[in-house]
Ligand binder design. Structure first.
Ligand SMILES: NC(=O)c1ccc[n+]([C@@H]2O[C@H](COP(=O)([O-])OP(=O)(O)OC[C@H]3O[C@@H](n4cnc5c(N)ncnc54)[C@H](OP(=O)(O)O)[C@@H]3O)[C@@H](O)[C@H]2O)c1
Length: 310
């Protein structure tokens, strides 16, 4: 009798594991091998992107403009904003609106943003703006007192406040898409990522909660958790098998929209995420700790090389 019981439990456990593996494979095929990119006009005419003058934000702005979206650009550098706006208008024949905002500033910036976005049919909000903190242990971080308030405002408050401004209109219209750019550093605690990773965990958690609250209102909320993508933030380190070219990453990310609440963005990052999630945390951190000096050196070297190139 006991023997049969153990056999049934074994069969049930194997079936559950097999089912989980098969559904993961089917899901990966659906988003990465046979992706379908949504028609963004079903959400609305305008897309708002914060931090849109380089990297992931600029690439998303271009990708959505190429699909007919008018783009409201919010970033800190007026000259760069002008260049991006001109590029989108001439290349893709769409409308743009630009607002110069430094997200490290006090809360009054959000009154300006609210006024700027007044009356627009905003279908998509991309909460992309972000800053990194130096890759270092918490107590070894230089200028920690200056970094802490700035990173909280840029990485966290911007997401909260932009959502507060844009979501009510989406609720009224019963349609919308919010993409929140978190980071793979929110997956597990990692040596050297305490400040940045904590801000990105907050973004991820907030995103998941808002996604639940929006259920049944026609609004999709999705958190995006990239590993390394070659942008200014990581000193434009050369793309490799694991470090993604930014346009490649964004193109792949578009295929995941609306199909998962949290997204790795591309299959290469999905694979890295799988290992990080399943590796014992201690082992992963020991690896990072051993490689910390090399990673810091590589980032610094990439920075010098990028400066030489410009
Ligand atoms: N790259 C990665 O490996 C990686 C990995 C995980 C998550 N992420 C996340 O992806 C998002 C985009 O980062 P990225 O890699 O594309 O970096 P990026 O190339 O440095 O782009 C950041 C954008 O935000 C703008 N910005 C920065 N600080 C700002 C501020 N205080 N006020 C207004 N605008 C500001 C930048 O303006 P300027 O052009 O004037 O600098 C730029 O347009 C961030 O949230 C980041 O945390 C990136």
């Amino acid at each position: 009798m006991e023997c049969w019981l153990f056999t049934y439990i074994g069969i049930a456990t194997c079936s559950i594991v097999a089912f989980k593996i098969v559904s993961k494979i089917v899901h990966a095929l659906r988003i990465y091998v046979f992706p379908t990119i949504p028609n963004f006009s079903k959400y609305g005419k305008w897309t708002v992107v914060t931090g849109c003058t380089s990297g992931i934000g600029k690439s998303i702005a271009k990708a959505l403009a190429a699909r007919g979206q008018n783009v409201a650009l919010i970033s800190r550098n007026p000259e760069k904003l002008k260049l991006v706006a001109t590029e989108l208008e001439t290349k893709y024949n769409v409308q743009t609106k630009s607002l110069t905002i430094d997200f490290t500033q006090d809360e009054s910036i959000y009154e300006k943003i609210e006024e700027f976005l007044q009356g627009m049919d905003i279908g998509t909000l991309v909460n992309n703006v972000g800053m990194a903190s130096p890759l270092a242990f918490y107590l070894d971080t230089k200028n920690l007192s200056q970094i802490l308030p700035a990173i909280m405002k840029v990485n966290v408050m911007s997401v909260f406040k932009m959502t507060q401004i844009v979501l009510p209109g989406m609720m009224e219209r019963k349609r919308g898409l919010i993409l929140n750019i978190s980071s793979a550093s929110s997956l597990v605690p990692v040596n050297g990522f305490s400040v940045y990773g904590a801000t990105k965990s907050l973004v991820n958690y907030f995103s998941k909660c808002i996604s639940r609250e929006c259920e049944g209102h026609g609004i999709t909320v999705q958190s995006v958790k990239p590993f390394f993508v070659s942008t200014n933030m990581v000193n434009n380190v050369k793309p490799t098998m694991v470090i993604m070219d930014v346009d490649y990453y964004v193109n792949s990310l578009l295929g995941t929209i609306g199909k998962e609440r949290e997204s790795d963005g591309c299959w290469q990052h999905g694979l890295q995420g799988f290992f990080v999630r399943h590796m014992p945390e201690g082992m992963f951190n020991a690896l990072i700790k051993r490689r910390m000096k090399t990673m810091q050196r590589n980032l610094a070297l990439a920075g010098q090389a990028a400066k030489k190139d410009t």
